[in-house]
Structure formats: structure tokens, C-alpha cells
Design a protein around this ligand. Sequence first.
Ligand SMILES: C[S@@+](CC[C@H](N)C(=O)[O-])C[C@H]1O[C@@H](n2cnc3c(N)ncnc32)[C@H](O)[C@@H]1O
Length: 235
Amino acid sequence: MASADKSHLPRLGRVRAVVGKATHDLDAAAFAELRGRFPGGLVLDLGTGDGKHVLAEARRRPDTVVVGLDAQPDAMRRTAGRAAAKPARGGLPNALFVWAAVEQLPSELTGITDVHCLMPWGSLLRAVVAPEAEVLRAVAARCAPGARFLITLNLHAWRPPVAEVGGTAEPTPETAAGALAEAYAAAGWRLDTADYLDAAAIASLGTSWTKRLGSSRAELGVLALRGELGPQDGN
Ligand SMILES: C[S@@+](CC[C@H](N)C(=O)[O-])C[C@H]1O[C@@H](n2cnc3c(N)ncnc32)[C@H](O)[C@@H]1O
């Protein structure tokens, strides 16, 4: 679980790219060059874990840069190594893995067109369910107008509740449309839909975390929150 102390993490203003066991700094020019080669947009997968969802998205959208970001770099190293292979060997030149916490987004990450956050835990879970307006606003400020978000909440975080969900009740489609939607709106996130996902929809996400949960539980509760986010006046 990500700790609250982020002092060991990279500073703002550089993209710390994970490629297998190595970690490289990508400067603004190199990042801009990558964006230029894939002009379809920029998907940011917050708390990417082992990065499997990034591979699926990068394959599905070959004209788009797909960035998997996580406060802990080790789980994504293997996937990042696979993505860095030559395309003929299954590499995905539009996939990038970045070691950073959501609270300390590298300044190069701007013009984001899609924010994904699948099965968050730790401080990332707290940020999206409390919700923490400062974190949500900072992400929205990095987005292009009309950017879309997808958050999938593992409802077992409330069964029983983990510390990060605080005193919040397990969200339902109805309650999400109420208080949570209001708090999101104040941070520049417009919640459009909140739906339970069935097994097929969960499988289509390409996250291995749900497979792990699915193998150990009779029923898998996942609530998907979708909507639009973007810079607000004054950002
Ligand atoms: C349960 S895993 C889910 C991984 C992946 N999204 C999936 O669905 O397979 C949650 C991830 O969130 C990451 N995380 C937690 N707090 C974070 C933060 N503040 N910033 C970035 N990542 C964070 C953790 O390191 C972990 O990899």
C-alpha cells in the first residue's frame, strides 16, 4: 500500500519512466516527441499496478499514448519491459510506465484525454472516495477540455471497510449520483453514470487485479464511475 510519506518519490517536473529493471528520466522534449508520434490523445491510468490495462488500451488505441502511473514501480517492471520490446516482438511504442504518485504528477503530463483508475487502494482510493478535492482538482487541471474518466471501485473495500474509505458507506449507483457527484463537481469532475459491472465488463478492462479477486470470491462487486473532467476557470 502506498505510504503517506512521498519524500522518496521523484520530484515534480520530470517523467520517471520505468523500462523493465531500469528507470530513465524523460525530459519534456522527449515526452513531447512521443505525444507527436501518437496524436490520438493521452490515456492516464492512475495506480496502474502491474500495468496489464495499459497494454490492453495501447493495443486497442494504437494512435494514442497510454501512460500507466503508480507510486510503486516494481509491479509494472515486467509489463514495462514487454512494452519496450520491438513492435515485431509484441512491443507497444505508445505505452509508457511512470513512477509517480497521483499527489505528485510530473508537470509534463498535460492535455490528458482519458483518466482511468481501476481498483484503487491506499491513498489513491482515499482520494477518489473521500473525495480529496485537492487531488481531483490537480488531475482535472492536467486534462484537455472534454476529457473522460473511468473509475472502477472494488466494493470489497467496504466489506468490511478498510481505513482508506474512512466513515463513508459503500457507494451504490444511487448514492454516487448524490453526495459523491456533488463533491466531484466541485473539483471539476462531472459524474455522468455509476453502474455495477458484470463479469464480461470486468474482463474487458484487462486488469489482473479483478482476476485475483474473482478467483477468491463468489461474488465480485465493482462499481464503475464515468464522466467528464477538465480544467476549471482559474486553473
Ligand atoms: C489494487 S492495485 C490496482 C492495480 C491496477 N489498477 C489493476 O486494476 O490491476 C492499486 C494500485 O494503486 C497504487 N496506488 C496507491 N496509492 C497511489 C497513489 N497515491 N498514487 C499512485 N498510485 C497509487 C498502488 O501502488 C497499487 O499498484
